[in-house]
Design a protein around this ligand. Structure first.
Ligand SMILES: [Zn+2]
Length: 256
């Protein structure tokens, strides 16, 4: 026969056990929900990545439909258009800055020059990039898309379209960014070593920017061997504007 005390103890033990069991159950349910949530997020991410994966040549999407799906239109750079000039300066500066962050070098390729044809790339309602082609060498000089427009196969589609109308095998001037390199491989362009003059020009540009930043930087912080991170973007911007201004002046001279 059990006493009241024994019964009370037994009841408390049973209650504690039930509570533990309930907590275990709740934990299990939570863990399951978390796993399901993770799985769902993973699925969404995977799906997004699949959608973002640019089409490979011979894939189901042809260049025209990629460009149509992204509402991509190109137009020849118009030296009289303020939006063209300011967008080109902004995009080219972004390109220089990205490459400087990546390599510490002055990235090659002019946004516009008398020996190139420059196209302004519109994506939807925005100017999203530009592309410079050297028609005398049937070579891609530079193609740049702002980050929000990447990963949709737009650059590859534009190159494929240009290739289709190019009377020779289309070439690409080296060196390129890793993404550019992948693009060149994917679209089957033939790498072309840049002219010694343009390599020298880029090196001279780099030295000049270093000199100007060292001379004008009011911050004087950090490693003196490395250019100031606050002044460098401004210097790149000036060099882009200089390149564009020079081109515009050449055009005016030619027209006069
Ligand atoms: Zn500075």
């Amino acid at each position: 026969m059990t006493s009241h005390v024994d019964q009370a103890v037994a009841a408390r033990i049973a209650a504690a056990r039930a509570k533990r069991e309930q907590q275990r159950q709740q934990r299990a349910e939570l863990a399951e929900a978390r796993t399901a949530g993770l799985a769902a997020r993973h699925r969404t991410k995977l799906q997004r990545q699949t959608e973002d994966t640019p089409p490979t040549p011979g894939g189901t999407m042809n260049p025209a439909s990629v460009l149509a799906a992204n509402r991509v239109r190109t137009s020849e750079f118009n030296p009289r258009s303020y939006s063209h000039i300011s967008s080109l300066a902004e995009l080219h500066k972004a390109y220089l800055l990205e490459e400087f962050e990546r390599t510490g070098d002055y990235a090659p390729g002019l946004p516009v020059a008398s020996h190139t044809n420059t196209l302004i790339i519109r994506v939807g309602d925005e100017i999203g990039g530009f592309c410079a082609v050297d028609p005398h060498h049937f070579a891609l000089e530079l193609i740049y898309l702002a980050p929000p427009y990447r990963g949709r196969g737009i650059a590859a589609a534009l190159i494929q379209q240009m290739r289709a109308t190019c009377p020779q095998r289309m070439k690409a001037k080296l060196p390129f960014t890793p993404q550019g390199q992948a693009l060149v491989t994917r679209t089957g362009l033939q790498p072309l070593q840049p002219a010694a003059a343009s390599v020298q020009a880029a090196a001279a540009q780099l030295a000049e920017i270093h000199r100007v930043v060292r001379r004008d930087c009011p911050h004087k912080k950090g490693n003196p061997a490395k250019p100031c991170r606050r002044c460098w973007p401004k210097a790149l911007r000036r060099s882009t504007e200089y390149a564009i201004r020079q081109y515009l002046a050449e055009q005016r001279d030619r027209a006069a």
